[in-house]
Design a protein around this ligand. Structure first.
Ligand SMILES: Nc1ncnc2c1ncn2[C@@H]1O[C@H](COP(=O)(O)OP(=O)(O)OP(=O)(O)O)[C@@H](O)[C@H]1O
Length: 265
C-alpha cells in the first residue's frame, strides 16, 4: 500500500473493553450467557436493561471484582482474569469508577477524598497532589468552599460531583458510571449529564454508563447497549434502537417515558 493510500484508509477504532462469550452465574442461576460487547475508544456508551438483567454484575466483571464462570474480558488488551500485578495496576490507573452510592470516605474531607487515588497510586509531593485535587474539584463545578466539607455535609448532587472528581483524579482513559443520575432531581440530573458529556468531549474519555435514565441516554450517549435474554441484544445509537423489533427495547423506547424523553431531546 502506498503512503497516501494508507493515510486515507479509515482508522479502526481501538477497542478498550472487549467481552466475549461471558458466562456469569450465582449457584444455579445464570445471569449472562454468551454475552459479547465491545466498547470503543472515545464513545459514551449507555448500558440499559430491566432490573436484575445483570448490568452491575457486568460492570463488576469488567472491573475484575467478579470472576466470570466462562468467556473472556479484555480491558486495554489485558485479560482481566489473567493479569500480572503490573498490568492490573496499569488498568486500575487508567480507569475511573463512580459507584452508585458515591462511595466516599465519610471521615475524609472533599479534598482528601479526591486526593486519595493520587496518594495511593503516585509518588507526587503533597503540594502537587493538593493542586491536582483542587483542579479536579473545580472541573466538576465545585468551589473552594467545598474543600473542607465532609461527605455528610454534602447534598446528593455534590456527592456525585465529588465522586466524579475522585474518579478523574488519575486522568483515566475510561470512566465507569453506575446510575450517575439516580437520586438527583431532574434539573440536577440534567446538569450532571451535561457535565459528563462536556468532560468526555474535552478529555476524550471513554464512558461506560449504567443508567435507567432515558433523558441521559438521549442527552449524552453515542450508543446504547441493551441487556436482555442474558446477553447484549443490541448496541446502537438510540435513534436506531427506536426501530428495533425486540419487545423489551420497543417497550422501553416507545413506551410513554421513552416518547417523552425523545421529545425533550
Ligand atoms: N453476590 C451475589 N450473589 C447472588 N446473586 C447475585 C449477586 N449479585 C447479583 N446477584 C443477582 O444477579 C442478578 C443481576 O444483578 P444486577 O445487580 O447486576 O442487576 P442490575 O441489572 O444491575 O439490576 P438493577 O437495574 O435493579 O440495579 C440479580 O438477580 C441479582 O440478584
Amino acid at each position: 500500500m502506498t503512503r497516501s493510500a494508507a493515510s486515507e484508509a479509515p482508522e479502526t477504532p481501538e477497542v478498550l473493553i472487549e467481552v466475549r462469550g461471558l458466562l456469569s452465574q450465582f449457584g444455579e442461576r445464570t445471569i449472562h450467557e454468551n454475552l459479547d460487547l465491545d466498547v470503543l475508544r472515545g464513545e459514551v456508551l449507555g448500558v440499559v436493561g430491566g432490573s436484575g438483567t445483570g448490568k452491575t454484575v457486568l460492570l463488576n466483571s469488567i472491573l475484575g471484582l467478579k470472576e466470570p464462570e466462562g468467556g473472556t474480558i479484555r480491558v486495554f488488551g489485558h485479560d482481566v482474569s489473567d493479569m500480572t500485578s503490573a498490568q492490573a495496576a496499569e488498568v486500575e490507573r487508567r480507569s475511573g469508577v463512580l459507584f452508585q452510592a458515591g462511595a466516599l470516605f465519610s471521615s475524609l474531607s472533599v479534598l482528601e477524598n479526591v486526593a486519595s487515588p493520587l496518594v495511593e497510586h503516585t509518588k507526587l509531593s503533597r503540594r502537587v497532589i493538593r493542586d491536582i485535587a483542587e483542579m479536579k474539584i473545580a472541573m466538576v463545578g465545585l468551589g473552594p468552599e467545598s474543600h473542607h466539607l465532609k461527605p455528610a455535609e454534602l447534598s446528593g448532587g455534590m456527592k456525585k460531583r465529588v465522586g466524579l472528581a475522585r474518579a478523574l483524579a488519575l486522568d483515566p482513559d475510561l470512566l465507569y458510571l453506575d446510575e450517575p443520575t439516580a437520586g438527583l432531581d431532574p434539573i440536577g440530573a440534567a446538569a450532571f449529564d451535561e457535565l459528563i458529556r462536556g468532560l468526555s468531549d474535552d478529555l476524550g474519555l471513554t464512558v461506560f454508563m449504567i443508567t435507567h435514565d432515558l433523558d441521559s441516554l438521549y442527552a449524552i450517549c453515542d450508543k446504547v447497549a441493551v441487556l436482555a435474554d442474558k446477553r447484549v441484544v443490541a448496541k446502537a445509537p438510540v435513534a436506531e434502537l427506536e426501530t428495533s423489533d425486540h419487545p423489551w427495547i420497543r417497550e422501553y423506547f416507545l413506551g410513554p417515558r421513552g416518547r417523552a424523553a425523545h421529545k425533550a431531546a
